[in-house]
Design a protein around this ligand. Structure first.
Ligand code: MSP
Length: 599
């Protein structure tokens, strides 16, 4: 093997370069300067034991109605990051749960003729069931009706009170029960209800608002404007992606009146009473936001988690998380969240999916139709945090058939088929067949592919870190296509096994392809844990060999040992992902089934 200087073909310009061995194949070389800095900054924390805790949260879900696909999207987004952090060796805490107090829930329970707690328990269980069925690997599930939470909220309230940040006042203004939100005159507009009656609605959500006038407790939100601006300006990555960061900055330029943080008990009984005033109930958003602290162990020992908290939220609840919540935390003398990751909405027919519009998609039903991993893959592959995405079943079918069944499943099927690999082992790599300088049978595109796959973990890491799973999946899908191209180009099934040189080349083609598949399987674990497990097991990769640090693509190419060479493959468990059928689609374009792994 040549070790002093190397020839390699750059992915971008297809030119041949001479490089030093230690710079060859560097995954970092595929990234821009900004990307390299981000990866280095993130990976520098890996070596520091003290920084290895990570805490990620989903919003807690209202229990006024059953879960829909939009809710699952929030949960899958956070689950992906949690699983990725675990693979990286972090001690990651991941929480989700249900938001059970407030007028909206009180009214929903009344309408259902149930007492509020029974009503909440029923719907909370439905969320839990959905998350368990979809492999949402939360480490804590919080319900705001729990004792531990009530204690945390009361303590938090008392701290704000003791600091003089809460005062008794009179609130007069618009309130949306659907959003549990107070609105200024500039945030509402005229509209007509279904019977043609003139009403006022929230400009942002379109939900009906009502005029209310009450004796309430007020929080001195207005006093926090400059501290909030300082925090955001000093931490430009505190709210991501960037458009949402700018939206928060814009909101902070607008009027920031003090916030009503209680409701009269006569109107709202279903909530936590204000400590020392039985006539008032704590505002449901203050109550709900504290859930993140409750789970961290507040008020007793929350530092380990609170210093590393990351929130995933939908764009509709950004103001609560990026303005009210940091202001409450500043008031209570607690650290602010590290990052608030924001995602956009799933729409159906162009309208945000919601019970009130009546266009909800049932995530449990769809997971049964398209499989749990299929739905996870679809949501994270199609969901773009910066923009809304319209849902249709046909999109799911087309995407999953193309990328999971045909491309990834087809590749695994081809490369493990007994026809090509009768011994059912991870074959040997022959450095003479695929030398580091272009003298063997490999061609320019093959070297390009190796370079792309070698770079892939760093690229995927960058996108997982910024919660852009769709970009990670785009990069993986592009590499899977390249590997299929590699196999197709060299048609190993046409080689003459009686010829020892052909046999070595055949083994090398399969070895390289399995190394690609091992890389894809490892990197896909946060997205499709079931499929990844099936794929890695088929390759004979043991559970302890599936961490991020284990990827180490194609060590033989760099003259190092490969622990998998010569090892028996795992047993054949059938197709990796079965093609989905749609009568309409199949009529349009008949396709042959390729994903059956040959016996
Ligand atoms: N209970 C509050 C959150 C309190 S957190 C302290 C709440 N609940 S919710 O059930 O209405 O929404 C929970 C999450 O689901 C939010 O992140 C919201 O953006 C998300 N989604 C609700 N509908 C959605 C879509 N149609 N599409 C994507 N996500 C959506 O708000």
């Amino acid at each position: 093997m040549m070790r002093t200087s190397l020839l390699f073909v750059s992915r971008s310009c297809q030119a041949v370069h001479r490089l030093q061995p230690n710079t060859f194949f560097s995954p970092m070389s595929a990234l821009s300067r900004h990307q390299r800095i981000t990866v280095l900054r993130n990976s520098s924390t890996h070596s520091c034991e003290a920084d290895r805790s990570y805490y990620i949260t989903t919003p807690i879900f209202y229990v006024n109605a059953s879960p829909h696909l939009g809710h699952l999207y929030s949960a899958v987004t956070a689950d992906c990051v949690h699983r990725y952090k675990l693979l990286q060796g972090f001690n990651s805490k991941f929480t989700t749960g249900t938001d059970e107090h407030g007028l909206k829930i009180q009214q929903a329970a009344e309408a259902a003729g149930k007492d509020p707690l029974t009503f909440c328990t029923d719907v909370s269980e439905r969320f839990k069931h959905l998350f368990n069925s979809c492999n949402i690997s939360y480490t804590d599930y919080i319900r705001t009706s729990e004792q531990r939470h009530q204690q945390a909220v009361k303590h938090f309230w008392s701290v704000l009170c003791d600091k003089g940040l809460i005062y008794k006042g009179s609130y007069e203004g618009w309130y949306s029960t659907q959003d549990e939100s107070f609105l200024t005159a500039l945030q509402v507009e005229n509209a007509l209800d279904s019977s043609g009656k003139e009403i006022k609605v929230s400009l942002e959500s379109g939900h009906k608002v009502e005029w209310m006038k009450e004796e309430n407790y007020m929080f001195r939100l207005s006093a926090f404007r400059s501290q909030l601006l300082d925090w955001l300006r000093g931490n430009p990555r505190a709210v991501q992606p960037e458009p949402f960061y700018h939206a928060v900055l814009r909101w902070l330029q607008e009027d920031l009146p003090d916030l009503s943080v209680s409701r009269q008990r006569s109107r709202l009984q279903w909530g936590i009473p204000v400590p020392g005033d039985a006539e008032q109930t704590i505002y449901v958003w203050l109550d709900a936001l504290v859930n993140y602290l409750t789970v961290a162990g507040y008020p007793d020992k929350h530092d380990q988690w609170w210093n590393v908290v990351h929130h995933v939220v939908g764009k509709d609840i950004l103001k609560f998380h990026a303005i009210y919540w940091p202001a409450f935390l500043l008031g209570a003398g607690l650290p602010l969240p590290q990052v608030i990751y924001v995602h956009s909405h799933w729409t159906v027919g162009g309208k945000k999916m919601s019970k009130s519009v009546g266009n909800v998609v049932d995530p449990l039903e769809r997971s049964q139709m398209f499989t749990t991993d299929g739905m996870r893959y679809f949501l994270l592959r199609q969901g773009v945090p910066e923009s809304d995405c319209d849902y249709t079943d046909n999109k799911v079918i087309k995407l999953l058939n193309a990328e999971l069944a045909d491309s990834l499943g087809g590749l695994l099927n081809r490369c493990t088929a007994p026809a090509l690999n009768p011994a059912q082992v991870y074959p040997f790599f022959c450095p003479q067949s695929f030398p580091r300088e272009q003298e063997g049978r490999a061609v320019v595109e093959d070297y390009n592919m190796l370079d792309a796959v070698r770079s892939l973990p760093a690229v995927v890491e960058l996108h997982y870190e910024s919660m852009h799973a769709y970009k990670a999946l785009e990069a993986i899908a592009a590499c899977v296509r390249k590997t299929n191209g590699f196999v197709q180009r060299h048609a190993p099934w046409k080689l003459d096994r009686r010829d020892s040189e052909d046999q070595r080349w055949l083994d090398t083609i399969i070895h390289v392809s399995l190394e690609c598949l091992r890389t894809y399987g490892t990197l896909l674990q946060p997205i499709v844990p079931g499929i990844s497990n099936k794929l890695l097991s088929r390759l004979g990769v043991r559970p302890g060999e599936r961490r991020w640090a284990d990827v180490n693509f194609l060590p033989r190419y760099q003259g190092m040992d490969c622990p998998f060479e010569g090892r028996a493959l795992g047993s054949d468990c059938g197709v990796l992902f079965r093609r989905l059928e749609s009568p309409n689609l199949d009529k349009q374009k008949p396709k042959k089934t390729k994903t059956k792994i040959s016996k």
